[in-house]
Design a protein around this ligand. Structure first.
Ligand SMILES: C[S@@+](CC[C@H](N)C(=O)[O-])C[C@H]1O[C@@H](n2cnc3c(N)ncnc32)[C@H](O)[C@@H]1O
Length: 162
């Protein structure tokens, strides 16, 4: 029996398959008042696409070389080094991030599905953003197979099966 008083995350997770879908989410999920943290920004291409849709965006990457190039190519935007698995360092930015975009190498395959879920849960718990968009083909596929059971709703278990 689940404990109804246990802490439950409220963040929504949006799984995308590739960089095209990752960027496609921006007009739908990023709003004018948002403070956005992008993790895995590389040279800042997606950061530049997010910027016109929100109040603030911070592009971050584990690679200092990528951050140096992003700063050089987009001096009007803010970039910093961050290892995605260091949530404490993300907290130390001292911002109330309302949305996260995560596009880190290695998160797409099925072997990294648990790492991906752990990362999302960690950020949902520590930063409590409204939504996290993540580029992970395996997470998107896994989520498409999940059906939350609801009594009285006749969900056909074979729906979508081949
Ligand atoms: C596919 S690129 C990101 C492309 C970028 N989001 C865009 O849309 O142009 C993946 C990036 O993840 C970064 N990365 C890998 N591991 C990371 C980690 N632990 N924390 C933060 N960034 C990481 C890499 O340095 C690389 O720049």
């Amino acid at each position: 029996m689940p404990n109804d008083r246990q802490y439950k995350i409220t963040t929504r997770f949006i799984g995308t398959r590739n960089v095209h879908e990752y960027r496609q989410t921006i007009p739908t999920w990023v709003e004018a008042d948002d403070v956005v943290l992008e993790i895995g920004c590389e040279w800042g291409t997606t950061t530049t696409l997010i910027a016109p849709h929100c109040r603030e965006v911070l592009g971050t990457d584990i690679s200092a070389d990528c951050i140096e190039r992003a700063r050089r190519e987009h001096p009007e935007l803010e970039f910093d080094v961050l290892d995605a698995f260091d949530a404490r360092a993300a907290l130390d930015f001292g911002r109330d991030f309302t949305k996260l975009h995560i596009d880190m190498s290695g998160l797409s395959g099925y072997r990294s599905l648990l790492d991906c879920i752990s990362l999302l849960t960690m950020y949902a718990t520590v930063l409590r953003p409204e939504a996290i968009v993540v580029k992970s083909a395996s997470l998107k596929h896994f989520a498409s197979l999940c059906i939350p059971w609801r009594e009285g709703h006749a969900d056909d278990p074979r729906r979508g099966r081949r």
